[in-house]
Design a protein around this ligand. Sequence first.
Ligand SMILES: Nc1ncnc2c1ncn2[C@@H]1O[C@H](COP(=O)(O)OP(=O)(O)OP(=O)(O)O)[C@@H](O)[C@H]1O
Ligand SMILES: [Mn+2]
Length: 557
Amino acid sequence: MVKRNLVQSTRSIYLGLACLSLTLHLLLACFCLSVLQTACTPPASSTSSSIPRTDPQSRQSFSSPAASSSDKLPSGLQKANAFDPDREKALRTETDEEKTQPRPENLKQRVKGHSKLEELFSHPLYNLPRPPMQQDDWLLRVKADEDGGDEGSEEEEKEDFLPHDSECHTCRQSTSQEEGYDETTWTSDKETHPPWLRFHLGISRWELYDRKDSNLAQLTHYLATQPILRAVQKTGGTQLKLLITFPNYGQALLKPLRQSREAETDTNLFYFSDFERHNAEIAAFHLDRVLGFNRIPPVVGRLINVTSEVREITTDRRLAKTFFTSPAGNVCFYGQCEYYCSTENPVCGRPHMLEVSVATMLPDLSLAPRRSWRSPWRRAYSRTKLAQWETNPAYCDKVKQTPPYNHGTRLVDLIDMAVLDFLMSNMDRHHYETFESFGNQTFLLHLDNGRAFGRHSQDEPSILAPLRQCCRIRRSTLLRLRLLSLSDFGLSEVMRESLAQDPLAAVAPLLSEPHLSALDRRLAKVLAAVEICQEKHTDVIYDDLEEFDQNFEPQAV
Ligand SMILES: Nc1ncnc2c1ncn2[C@@H]1O[C@H](COP(=O)(O)OP(=O)(O)OP(=O)(O)O)[C@@H](O)[C@H]1O
Ligand SMILES: [Mn+2]
C-alpha cells in the first residue's frame, strides 16, 4: 500500500516537472522570437531616412548631414526594408502628399520616360557649348574677402545682398525681426543662398538663367509657395501690378487676372488698350524657354487670398484705399495707375481667392542698372499715324547702318524677339532692356509680356516685320524653330507639357487649345518667311554655330 502511494506521488512529481519544463521552453521561445524581431527591425530613424525622396530640396545642402548621408545607403540595406508595412505606409503617405503639392518637378516625374519636352531639351541644339566665362561675363559677383578673414566678411556680404527698397514709397523701414523676415545666414558659400539670390548670381552676359541649373525648379517652387510679407503697388508701366516681398527678402512682380483666359481681345481695341493677362506672362516665360532663349525672368502662377495676402498686410495706403466688397460679396481693389485703375475696372477675388502671375524680380537697379532701348519697329501708338517701318519697305537698310544694329548680334537678337512676339501675338514691344554693365555685347531682356496671347483666331503679320524686312536670322534659332516644327516634337505639344508644370494648370490649362494650335500655325509662317528670304537673298543666315562642330544640322532639320 505504502509502495503504491510512493509510485503515484513520484509520477505526479515527474508530470509537474514536465509541465514546468514545457512552460519554461515556451517562455524561452517567446523571448527569443521577440529578441530576434527587434534585431530585424531597423531603428525608427533609419526607417525614415531610407525612404526615397523625390523632393529636390531634401537633397540640397540646406538639409542636415544626417539626411544627406541617408541618400547614400547601400541598395542592399534599402531592399531589406522593402517589406516593412510601416515603411510602406509612410512611403505612400509621403507620395500622396507630394502629389497634392504644386511642384513642377513632381509633374515632370510623372511624364518622364515619354516626355517630348525632355527629349527636346536633350537635343544638341539646346546644349550648345558656351565660350569659357570671364569674370565680367557675370552680372553680379560675391564681394571677395579682401582681408582673408571669414567672420568679418560675412557681415559685409549679408549687407551687400540686402535688396534696396527703391520701389517702396509709403512703407516703413524697420528691422527684419519685427516684420517677420528671416534672419539672414548667407555667406559667400553658394549653398547658403536662397533661390532668388542664386538666380541673381547666375545671370550672365549670354542668358538670364541656365535651363539645366537645378535652381530653376527651386526658384519656381519658391515663387509659388513663399508667404507674402509685403505687397505694394509697383511703379512704372501703365497697368496695375504689385511688388511683393517674401520672408528671406526675395521679391516678385505680381500681375492679377483681369479677364478670363478664353476671352479673345476685341478686334476693335487698340493693341495698347488691351488688359494685361496674367496667363500671358506665365506662357511667355515657358515659350521663351522652349525656344532656347532664356531671356524672360521665371514666372509662375499662383492663387492668392487678396484679403489676407494683400489688404491686411499692405503698407501702401494708396492701394489700401481702393479695396471694396462687390455686391456679389467678392473682395475687390483697383489701385492707382494710368490704365484701368478705377471702380469700373476692379480686380476681384472669388470671394477672396485670385489667380495671379508672379515673376522673379531682377536685381535692383542700384546693383545692376539696365538700359532701355526704343525698338526701331515700335508702333506709332497713335490712332491716326503710321510708323516709318510700316510705310518704307527698305526701312531695315537704314537700321542695319545704325549703331548698335550695325555691329555684333543686336539685329539678330531683335529678330529673335520678333519671332517670339509673333508666335504669341504680342504687339506691345515698344522698348526692350539690356544690362548696362554688359555694353552692347549681351542678350535682350524680354520683359513685360502681359499683352501677348490675346487673340488666337488671327495672326498679326506686322510683328514679323523685322524678319521680313531685314531677311536675317540666327542659325541656331532657325534650327531650333525647324526642330520644333517636326512632328517628333511639335511646338504646341512641348508647350502644353511645359505649361502643365505650372501650379495654376491645376485650375485650368494656362493656354487654351486654340492658342496652342495658333503657335503651330504661326511657327509655319515664320519658317515660310525665312524661305521667301532665302529665295531672294544669300546672306539670310547669321551663323552663330560656325565656331562649333558642324554636326548641328540634324538630318531631319
Ligand atoms: N521681373 C522684373 N524685374 C525687375 N523689373 C521688372 C520686371 N518686369 C518688369 N520690370 C520693370 O517694370 C517696368 C514695368 O513693368 P511692365 O512693363 O510689365 O508694366 P506694364 O504696366 O505692363 O507696362 P506697359 O504699360 O508699358 O506695358 C518695366 O518696364 C521694367 O523696367
Ligand atoms: Mn505691359
